[in-house]
Design a protein around this ligand. Sequence first.
Ligand code: SAM
Length: 229
Amino acid sequence: MDSIHLSPRLKTVADFVPLNARLADIGSDHAYLPVHLLLNDKISHAIVGEVAKGPLDNAHHELKKRHLLEKADVRLASGLSAIYDEDNVDTVTIAGMGGILISNILNAGKQQEKNFETLILQPNTDEINVRRWLTTQHYQIIDEAIVQEENHFYEIIVAVIGKQQLSDLDLIFGPYLRVAKTPTFVAKWQKESERIALIFHQLAAAGKSDTDIYKYWQLRYDQIQAVIS
Ligand code: SAM
């Protein structure tokens, strides 16, 4: 992967960025995503935020290599504090981190009264935390996608300012993903079913078939079957 040939995961994130967005990519690392968008004239300027010096240097190197340094501000900062009011950012991408970290970053930003029209989020794990944060903080999910790269499944969640009520099933499986039920979505949850089946075996072998933990996994297993069937 490089900034010209994005991975399917990052390409999906890129495709959701609105044309001419005023973008900030937080936790950008190599800056492949903003560089790709700049090279394709989808955006004219980007804020590139990174909390760590090494990744920040990667971002700087990539922008220099593609002669794009004048089209981006590379900032060493935690989360949304990389974005200043005068940047007039309307779209924020946060990709390739755990869902809890993404929610914490958004939460810290909210406390600094940083609000952005469109959020494009790609949690590697704990997607439920991200969806819960969005709906409790006055965002509305307007689209979702799921992609597979080798053994990993990645969900991409697009939200705008608005109101939305989500059911427990929506929070776990995604309001759009569970309706679209693509083969990739089904494959993700089949894999999770197989993992739970192993847990059943282990619990049964330990004589724990009649326990609360077994019932918890049973409920989760049944829920998955009902959604993917
Ligand atoms: N966004 C890129 C992608 O999806 O390919 C890079 C993901 S990389 C795995 C995660 C990056 O997030 C790391 O470079 C890390 O330094 C950065 N990061 C972690 N916590 C952060 C925070 N609070 N603020 C800004 N960047 C952060």
